[in-house]
Design a binder for this molecule. Structure first.
Ligand code: HEC
Length: 116
């Protein structure tokens, strides 16, 4: 009984860290070229961009975005929330689950919540 319980806890913990790593990996794979290695909006692409990518570490502006809005802009791209077309839509590359994890990843980058 106790063994079974422990197993469940360990399993839950490993699923948790895996989700986190996947989000960090996806961020590194798809987002850093614009949003920067640190997520602070200083990716290698920005020299040529007319609209600068959001600084994801900026708690002040990131706390003004709901999780739903972040999900939407990642999935459907900048124009879906009247932002720049330079922010691409990711629905072809990422699953809803992965996008949700990325929203949580953004919350760890800004160390903020919506409305805080
Ligand atoms: C080709 C460059 C580029 C890539 C790649 C990119 N973005 Fe963006 N992103 C932008 C730009 C530019 C903006 C700012 C749009 C604006 O302010 O009009 C932006 C804005 C955002 C915003 C903020 C919108 C707001 O509410 O201010 C979020 C969230 C975001 N990006 C997430 C991501 C995530 C997650 C990825 C990776 C899956 C990613 N972006 C990849 C260029 C990019």
């Amino acid at each position: 009984m106790l063994n079974k319980l422990l197993f469940t806890i360990v399993l839950a913990a490993s699923v948790q860290t895996q989700a986190k790593e996947t989000a960090a990996d996806n961020y590194r794979a798809y987002c850093v070229q614009c949003h920067g290695m640190e997520g602070n909006g200083t990716g290698v692409n920005i020299r040529d961009m007319s609209v600068v990518p959001r600084d994801h570490t900026d708690a002040k502006s990131m706390s003004g975005r709901s999780d739903e809005a972040l999900f939407k802009v990642i999935k459907e791209g900048g124009t879906s929330i009247s932002k720049s077309i330079l922010m691409p839509p990711w629905e072809g590359a990422l699953t809803d689950e992965e996008i949700k994890d990325l929203v949580q990843h953004l919350r760890t980058l800004c160390k903020c919540k919506f409305g805080s």
